[in-house]
Design a protein around this ligand. Structure first.
Ligand SMILES: NC(=O)c1ccc[n+]([C@@H]2O[C@H](COP(=O)([O-])OP(=O)(O)OC[C@H]3O[C@@H](n4cnc5c(N)ncnc54)[C@H](OP(=O)(O)O)[C@@H]3O)[C@@H](O)[C@H]2O)c1
Length: 331
């Protein structure tokens, strides 16, 4: 029996984390090609804070349920939602923007084309901690950069959510991975498959990258939001690809000669613009790796829905006393 009301974390206008309310909203009704999912667990991503604050402009209708990711169980499937049945374990990583309501609620409506089965035996917490970062990493490495086995990749911020996924996916695809991270995260990056880890606080970090990649870097992805394109392009091989996906307020000088005289390119992308077909391609790849137990992540803590605002605050103002890793929210 599906109830008519549910607990949800929502906003009535964009604003600070404190504007998040937790209370009752009607359970949404699925359309013919939609699925109603009972949420098992969600995760908080930086983009959720941008949508909530209004700094990332996207169509919202209020009250707006926050949150992008979920793992859950199908409780109702529309007649046109082929392939989904009651009781199926599923996941989604594209709610909470583009006119879609979010995932921080007991129930969420998901369009069938944005919903994927969770492979049997996969821990929902592990999965949800990887959905947004690993799909981002997949699109960055393979759609944007066209990464090939044997190429050298630099991952800036290799211990973060997206960075850790970039390290793993690049390594598993047969690339050589150089990651930058703080010293306390060096072993974690190695555990994920980084061949070389360089402390980002080392003033000679770029020289260390040059030593580690004397023939040049083929693909460079920085997740920290720091951009020094003059230094980065100086490290790249001919035909090297720089993917820019973080650092919305950063400025950088672009050395034109270093770009075009060596056939290099810079690609910007945001997963929020990805077509459902691109998301589905990434989802298939992630499901194969999840099913094979090939992906890892760190979970710092899991909060109840009532602490949704705290989850956002922890991303905006990290607490150094907490363990490293993702923040999950369990409705
Ligand atoms: N374009 C897209 O589609 C897309 C999708 C997802 C995320 N993003 C963006 O990607 C960024 C990363 O997201 P996330 O979830 O991975 O965040 P995160 O988990 O906070 O990771 C950021 C990492 O960067 C590291 N870092 C900080 N300063 C650094 C420096 N100077 N050099 C190298 N690394 C440094 C951090 O290390 P410390 O902990 O030691 O500070 C942390 O490990 C965010 O800006 C997010 O909005 C973009």
């Amino acid at each position: 029996m599906i109830p008519t009301a549910m607990r949800a974390a929502y906003i009535t206008a964009t604003g600070p984390a404190e504007s998040i309310r937790v209370g009752e909203l009607p359970v949404p009704r699925p359309g013919p090609t939609d699925v109603l999912v009972r949420t098992t667990v969600t995760a908080v991503n930086h983009v959720d804070t941008f949508v909530r604050s209004g700094s990332y402009r996207t169509p919202l209708s209020f009250p707006f349920v926050i949150g992008r990711d979920l793992v859950g169980e199908v409780v109702e499937a529309g007649p046109g939602a082929a392939g989904f049945g009651v009781g199926d374990l599923v996941w989604c990583n594209s709610l909470g923007h583009g006119g879609r309501q979010g995932s921080f609620a007991e129930y969420a409506v998901v369009s069938a084309e944005r919903l994927y089965h969770l492979p049997g035996g996969v821990d929902p917490d592990l999965a949800v901690s990887l959905l947004h970062p690993a799909a981002t990493a997949h699109l960055a490495l393979f759609r944007e950069a066209g990464l090939c086995p044997g190429e050298t990749v630099v991952v800036g911020g290799g211990a973060g959510g997206v960075g850790g996924a970039l390290v793993q996916l690049a390594h598993l695809s047969g690339a050589r991975v150089i990651a930058t991270a703080s010293g306390r995260d060096a072993q974690w990056c190695r555990d994920l498959g980084a061949d070389v880890v360089i402390d980002y606080a080392d003033p000679a970090a770029s020289s260390r990258i040059r030593e580690a990649a004397p023939d040049g870097v083929d693909v460079h992805v920085d997740t920290s939001g720091h951009h020094d394109l003059e230094t980065t392009l100086g490290l790249m091989a001919r035909g090297g690809r720089v993917v820019v996906l973080a650092g919305r307020d950063a400025g950088a000088r672009l050395p034109i000669g270093a770009l075009y005289t060596a056939d290099r390119s810079i690609r910007g992308f945001v997963i929020s613009n990805a077509a459902a077909s691109d998301l589905a391609t990434a989802a298939r790849a992630l499901n194969v790796l999840l099913a094979a137990g090939r992906l890892r992540s760190r979970i710092a803590l899991t909060l109840p829905l009532a602490e949704a605002a705290r989850a956002h605050l922890l991303l905006e103002h990290p607490d150094p006393a907490l363990p490293r890793g993702r923040v999950l929210v369990r409705p």
